[in-house]
Design a protein around this ligand. Structure first.
Ligand SMILES: Cc1cc2nc3c(=O)[nH]c(=O)nc-3n(C[C@H](O)[C@H](O)[C@H](O)COP(=O)(O)OP(=O)(O)OC[C@H]3O[C@@H](n4cnc5c(N)ncnc54)[C@H](O)[C@@H]3O)c2cc1C
Length: 597
């Protein structure tokens, strides 16, 4: 409750509403067919209010039901590999499901919001009619939190304006914070489009996510890591201001001067739990001269040799790469393959190559032990071109373009992310690895654990998804967000995951392979058990974690959870906003329809 004392709400923006649940708080939400489901006239009133943007949602997959072997269904499954197509379909999500967890299902109706007023109308309609409400932006939730059957969906895809500022001051902050360069983004924008405006066109840097088609609002509310987070910190820590529609239908501004606890909660407290964010302003920074990539794939001749390679790469990371220059991944595979997929900033190509030379030479010195399958490749590009779609299209295999006729030129994605479009997940687990594991003595235990884990399933150290080794001011800024503080001194997030191609239960010929999926999930479980032997109570990252995470509140938010719950209760004590493993979701049934407590 102490946290509530720090609310500051000037007259122009409503401050926190009352904390107690209202007398009319639903214990059960209504579904289509229930007597109190809104009638056609009510839906039509809503439709008029929002300028005709109400959609009766139907999944394109429904067309496959009647003719699963037909040409139209085959064509649809091809289209599903395009994340831009998925993003533009109101009834689809970027992941189609997760075995034994969830399957993507369309809402009953959707408000295709174009303005904040549309969001207000939808929030009020859902609250007054006791509907299950769900919010979708980029649609990339692995946990399935942007779809819910029998719900009303607020779909922000069409709110995607991006405005670059030279000198931004938040509402109520005049004279309290200095003007600074920034970018204001509407809630439905995706990172590729933001990077193109901020970096390619304006020559600045904004900290966002790695995947080009992820939504800005979803990522910021998760915390958000990009390839260069080891230098520029957590994406949410760069948030200067948000506009958000809360459960009471009020439009609130949240920033360092106004609605401060709400602001803190938006930064990493998890999407879909506090309200509908309609607009975000993020700080921008100077660009470094170059961004670059280092890749290499090595196969070890035996298990014993692979264990040696694991030890060497960890030692090399600890001595040489554990600093703000380096991000992305080191992958360990059961077939004794090590894949280096790293990025760098603040160095030129020659400097990066000099850094890596001792490692390359070490590998090359033992050809009987190590077979180099690809690389080593060290490439640098002017930073301003790193997200420039026209430039990237000149290098085959780097990006994939949206292949729909008439698609905007800027619609590209990293080729490496294409495999995730319309995936059906088999398993996904992650854990924050404390930087202390890089010290001399624990390093060998870390090597043993990663080696043992890799006997079951592949796993990747995402070194940009832990802020250990980042500049102190970036670590401090991330400390002023809701994210689990374990992230602040982790050197990496280790992720082990498996997915199958586009599939959907009930569509003959396109069903997920459940038996294989469960086998893979069990293997991932075994792999991550080896990692957890190092430290049983590690944290995780809400957006990239296990659907079945038992101790999710501690894992995602650690000691910040009670404060986050207080924010939730201040703005949504009736639980209008419920998502799987989101703040306050423990009070609701798994489908979000029945209040348990
Ligand atoms: C291929 C892929 C790559 C990824 N790469 C990265 C990465 O590099 N770094 C990283 O940090 N994460 C990454 N993620 C995870 C991603 O950041 C999160 O899943 C993020 O929440 C997705 O946001 P979205 O808007 O695309 O998704 P959505 O599914 O639309 O939204 C995610 C959650 O946020 C809520 N939400 C969305 N918009 C709003 C809004 N306007 N107001 C309130 N709530 C809202 C939704 O209800 C849902 O609960 C990746 C995910 C995928 C699938």
């Amino acid at each position: 409750m102490a946290a509530l004392a720090s609310f500051l709400g000037p007259a122009c923006t409503p401050s926190a509403p009352s904390v107690a649940p209202s007398a009319g708080a639903p214990v059960r939400r209504v579904r289509p067919g229930d007597p109190s489901w809104p009638n056609a006239a009510s839906w039509e009133r809503l439709n008029r209010q929002i300028g005709g943007q109400l959609i009766t949602v139907r999944s394109p997959l429904a067309d496959c039901g009647s003719a699963p072997q037909g040409a139209a269904c085959a064509e649809l499954f091809k289209r599903l590999k395009n994340p831009y197509y998925l993003g533009d379909e109101v009834g689809l999500t970027q992941t189609l499901g997760w075995v034994d967890a969830w399957t993507s299902q369309p809402s009953a109706y959707a408000v295709a919001a174009r303005r904040t007023e549309d969001v207000v109308a939808a929030v009020n309609f859902a609250r007054e009619n006791k509907l299950r409400l769900v919010v979708k932006g980029g649609g990339h939730s692995y946990l399935g939190t942007s779809n819910a059957p029998d719900s009303l969906l607020i779909w922000t895809r069409r709110m995607n304006a991006i405005t670059v500022h030279d000198a931004f001051v938040g509402a109520g902050c005049a004279g309290r914070t200095a003007p600074q360069p920034a970018v204001t983004v509407e809630a439905g924008a995706i990172w590729m489009h933001v990077y193109n405006e901020v970096t390619t066109k304006a020559g600045r840097y904004v900290q966002g996510g790695g995947c080009a088609t992820v939504g800005v609002a979803g990522l910021i509310q998760s915390g958000g890591f990009g390839s260069f987070s080891k230098r520029y910190g957590l994406a949410a820590a760069g948030l200067l201001e948000a506009e958000i529609v809360t459960a009471d239908g009020a439009v609130r501004i949240a920033n360092a001067c106004t609605n401060r606890e709400l602001f803190w909660g938006i930064k990493g407290g998890g999407g879909g739990s506090l309200g509908v964010v309609t607009r975000l302003t993020l700080k921008t920074r100077e660009l470094p001269a170059f961004f670059g990539v280092v890749t290499m794939t090595i196969r070890a001749a035996s298990d014993a040799v692979f264990r040696r390679l694991v030890g060497r790469v960890i030692g090399f990371y600890a001595e040489t790469l554990f600093n703000p220059h380096w991000g992305e991944q080191i992958v360990f595979r059961p077939d004794n393959i090590l894949a280096i997929q790293m990025v760098f900033q603040g160095l030129d190509r020659q400097q990066a190559e000099d850094v890596w030379r001792p490692f390359f030479e070490w590998v090359a010195a033992s050809p009987e032990d190590f077979r180099i399958l690809s690389g080593p490749l060290v490439v640098a590009v002017p930073a301003r071109r790193f997200w420039d779609p026209a430039f990237l299209k000149g290098f085959p295999g780097i990006v994939v373009a949206d292949d729909r006729p008439g698609a905007p030129e800027g619609n590209v994605l990293w080729a490496g992310d294409e495999g995730q479009a319309a995936q059906f997940l088999h398993g996904y687990q992650s854990a924050c690895l404390p930087a202390a594991l890089l010290e001399k003595e624990p390093q060998s235990r870390l090597g043993d654990a990663l080696f043992a884990a890799s006997r079951y399933w592949a796993l990747a150290l995402h070194v940009n998804k832990g802020l250990g080794g980042a500049p102190a001011d970036e670590v401090a800024a991330a400390g002023d967000t809701a994210i689990n503080p374990a992230v602040l001194n982790s050197f990496a997030l280790v992720i082990s995951a498996a997915e199958g191609p586009p599939a959907y239960p009930g569509i003959a010929g396109h069903e997920p392979d459940q038996a294989a999926a469960r086998r893979h999930a069990a293997a991932i479980d075994n792999a991550m058990k080896e990692v957890r032997k190092l430290l049983p109570d590690v944290g995780s990252y809400v957006s990239e974690s296990n659907f079945f995470e038992a101790d999710w509140a501690r894992s995602y938010w650690g000691p910040n959870y009670q404060r986050l719950l207080a924010v939730k209760d201040s703005y949504d004590s009736d639980g209008l906003f419920v998502v799987h493993h989101g703040a306050g979701s423990e009070r609701w049934s798994a489908d979000g329809f029945t209040r348990l407590a």
